[in-house]
Ligand binder design. Structure first.
Ligand SMILES: O=C(O)CCC(=O)C(=O)O
Ligand SMILES: [Fe+2]
Length: 314
């Protein structure tokens, strides 16, 4: 289905600079319970940074395939993935999704973390690393602010995730994405990114404004009903992942989404913020009771995510 065929959604817009904390927390809770998706504005990203980020991303994807393949995703899940490398929806008849992507994991860190990132040559990409590093750090700090609102929205301490160690060496991955414009006839009906939910805690998405992103709020209803997530200038899109859904005993929703081909090239940058891999994720205290016991056993965040990724990239 092409974007635009479905009804457009009115997702909540969360203003990170709002002086009314109570209303902000309430709107975060409603969004996380209803659709697992919302917009964030007044995020404080410095002027021009998103433009620079998209320019560097475009420059990387414009390289010839063999140069990109020299930076192919390594065993630490950093680097380039070509078109068709990822199959998110196993019911799809196509070999894989149309998108190509580039992953950048935690940068530097406290020395205990092996910096396994791959970088294009400094000679041809003099501003690449600096721009990516700045956006990675900025997205991480926005993510922490959003998770503090999420904690409040669950009637928990604003610093909960910080206090339990989720943010000490968090598994924070940036993913640059490029969706092709024209596609071959054999890819007629294929998706930029086929239907999936994200695996981790939260995802923060910036796009170049090209449509294509859709969500399905009722994953068990068939036929599926897909709704367009329209672009709002200056806003980021935030969504809940499966790990947070599990953590909240399914009070918050990790919603199915996909990117349809719209016949126009599209760039986006997703930031996946997941906890320290050693953190044990067990039902949050405000999300269970005698009447509503935990649905899932505790699991180490890293084990959960490794298992999910191994299925996607066999
Ligand atoms: O590019 C987009 O709009 C969505 C990307 C996405 O869903 C993902 O990378 O998980
Ligand atoms: Fe996603």
């Amino acid at each position: 289905m092409a974007a635009g065929d479905s009804r457009s959604l009115d997702l909540p817009v969360v203003d990170l600079a709002s002086p009314d904390l109570g209303a902000t927390v309430e709107s975060v809770r409603k969004a996380c319970v209803d659709s697992g998706f919302f917009y964030v504005v007044s995020h404080g990203i410095e002027d021009g940074l998103l433009e620079k980020l998209f320019a560097e991303s475009r420059k990387l994807f414009e390289l010839p395939l063999e140069e990109k393949m020299a930076l192919r995703r390594n065993s630490y899940h950093r680097g380039y993935t070509p078109p068709y490398a990822e199959k998110l929806d196993f019911s799809s008849k196509f070999e894989g999704d149309l998108k190509e992507s580039f992953y950048v994991g935690p940068i530097g860190g406290d020395g205990s973390q092996n910096d396994a990132n791959q970088w294009p040559s400094e000679e041809h990409f003099p501003c690449w690393k600096e721009t990516i590093k700045l956006y990675h750090a900025t997205a991480l700090s926005i993510g922490k602010r959003i998770l503090s609102l999420i904690a409040l929205s669950l009637n928990l301490d604003a610093e909960l995730f910080e206090n339990i160690g989720a943010f000490s060496c968090p598994s924070a991955f940036l993913r640059l994405l490029h969706y092709p414009g024209a596609v071959n006839e054999s890819d007629d009906g294929n998706y930029g990114a086929s239907a999936h939910s994200d695996y981790g805690m939260i995802t923060i998405l910036a796009t170049d404004g090209t449509p294509g992103l859709q969500i399905c709020r009722e994953k068990d209803r068939h036929p599926r009903h897909w709704e367009d997530v329209h672009h709002i200038d200056g806003a980021l899109i935030v969504n809940i992942g499966d790990l947070l859904e599990r953590w909240t005993n399914c009070i918050f929703r990790s919603t199915l989404h996909r990117v349809v081909a719209v016949g126009k090239e599209r760039y986006s940058v997703a930031f996946f913020l997941d906890p320290n891999p050693n953190l044990v994720v067990q039902c949050l205290e405000s999300c269970c009771s005698d009447a509503c016991p935990p649905r899932f056993p505790p699991i180490k965040s890293g084990d959960y995510l490794k298992e999910r990724l191994s299925v996607t990239y066999k």
